[in-house]
Design a protein around this ligand. Sequence first.
Ligand code: SAM
Ligand code: CA
Length: 227
Amino acid sequence: MELNKFKEFTILNSPALVEYILETSSYPNEHEQSIMNASVDETQFLSILLKLMNAKNTLEIGVFTGYSLLATALALPEDGKVIAVDPNKEAYEFGLPHIKKAGVEHKIDFVEGPAMPFLNDLLAKGKEGCFDFAFVDADKDNYINYHEPLMKLVKVGGVIAYDNTLWFGIVALAEDDEKFNDPTLGSIKQYGYDAIKKVNTFLPNDPRIESTLLSIGDGVTLCRRKY
Ligand code: SAM
Ligand code: CA
């Protein structure tokens, strides 16, 4: 629907290659705004990463229908837990049958509400250093604000992953580039673009982390907390 019109804008610059990657995996297209879901190649990568890290306790900021959440819950051990926060409980409930069918609901604590007060609550409850991993995929304007509480909540050696940091592949386009001025891009440029560019400048200059922007999905920046 409305959001899915942006499907042609990806960092791969090849609709055929995107379709090929998606069709050779299990394309999650049940929801009219399925473009909100992380891509299959990215969730598979995150799943392997979580297993390599032996992650047990994680945070998910921005759930939508729970596609990346399901991938996370599947990757966690039986006694693992992902705390997932989103004000949109309806969307979470849309995907919940799939989570139940996969038998991983017991690994998920869904919290209905905005992330910022929730992260501050966790800190007030003494949860510093309690998380191995955080996946940030909510309101892009707040990425920069989520970073400080997450730097306390995620343990030293843990990872914070910020999603969509290549923002439909337009972050590096010159303002006079034909693609940058495609009228379809209107709302993408109004929402998210400035915030993501700011984050992409901020993170590599934060001495407390090692960061790398991976060109997978719509771009995901991994930040490993050094101290
Ligand atoms: N991570 C999901 C996936 O890949 O399957 C997609 C998440 S979707 C791109 C973004 C979600 O962020 C929406 O469901 C929206 O309700 C949520 N969101 C927006 N503002 C938020 C906030 N302040 N705190 C937490 N979640 C928020
Ligand atoms: Ca995303």
